[in-house]
Ligand binder design. Structure first.
Ligand SMILES: Cc1cc2nc3c(=O)[nH]c(=O)nc-3n(C[C@H](O)[C@H](O)[C@H](O)COP(=O)(O)O)c2cc1C
Length: 250
């Protein structure tokens, strides 16, 4: 008789998934001469559709941009925003956003924050409600990220490289970009997902080790960082880990 307590993990399937997970590498410029066919874009979006979400609300919408003029306008916006940030002395090592204009796979991610009401909230404007609303926004953002990540992995599984761009959160950016894409003002544009064949060979960036990110039973204080240590990380380590092969991070 079969032992019903026996579970056989599917290691081959895990390895196939991990091959995709490990080799999803950010690229910020794509070959404009190798298009991504509509069929592949639909395959990528199909992965987004199956993502989990709080209350199964699925508060996301994806706008696939195919018009080169619109891609160019969005790229121009990013380039201008990057130079504005440089003038504000934000000291953030900003990448070159010109690659947006010719990205073959170009998907704008919109979130419908009105769906916070699908999560535990009071909707009475009280202070307690504000706390629940803040939590509901976190639930909503995580939901959209879960769906977006599924799409990124699907694109990586097809062999494309991906670029996750968020640098447009502020209201002014929303006002400029919504009309280009016909996005109703109740929805927020939160990300852009770009993918295609990388223009330059992609490289693996530094990742923390497993013991650095996992504790068993109790938070391991070995991995706790003070605010000063975080500030030092931002100053010293961040520039090395953002744009460098992990093999070249000392
Ligand atoms: C939530 C999120 C926001 C990001 N925003 C940007 C962005 O605005 N611009 C950009 O060039 N890269 C952005 N990235 C890409 C990260 O810089 C990149 O994932 C990170 O450096 C690690 O590299 P890897 O993706 O190759 O592992 C973002 C990634 C995530 C997950």
């Amino acid at each position: 008789m079969d032992d019903v307590t026996q579970f056989t993990p599917n290691l081959a399937r895990y390895e196939a998934l991990m091959e995709v997970v490990r080799n999803r590498l950010t690229s910020r410029a794509f070959r404009p001469d190798i298009p991504v066919p509509r069929e592949h874009i639909e395959m990528v979006m199909e992965a987004a559709r199956h993502a989990p979400s709080g209350a199964n609300a699925q508060p996301w919408h994806y706008i696939v941009v195919t018009d080169p003029a619109v891609k160019q306008q969005i790229a121009d916006y990013f380039v201008a925003e990057a130079s504005k940030r440089a003038k504000l002395k934000m000291k953030f090592p900003t990448p070159n956003y010109r690659g947006l204009a010719t990205a073959p796979g170009f998907v704008v991610v919109a979130a419908d924050f009105r769906f916070v009401r699908a999560f535990p909230v009071l909707l009475d404007g009280s202070d307690l409600d504000k706390q629940y609303q803040a939590n509901a926004e976190r639930i909503l953002l995580q939901s959209v990220a879960a769906s977006t990540m599924s799409a990124h992995l699907a694109a990586a599984a097809l062999g494309y490289q991906v670029w996750w761009v968020t640098a447009i959160g502020q209201e002014e950016a929303q006002k400029s970009l919504r009309p280009l894409l016909g996005v109703p003002e109740e929805l927020a544009i939160i990300d852009i997902m770009l993918f295609g064949v990388a223009a330059k060979p992609p490289y693996k960036r530094w990742k923390k080790t497993l013991p650095q990110i996992v504790s068993w039973d109790k938070f391991d204080m070995k991995n706790y960082m003070t605010l000063d240590e975080i500030d030092e990380w931002v100053r010293e380590t961040r520039p090395k880990v953002m744009y460098r092969d992990e093999a070249k991070v000392d």
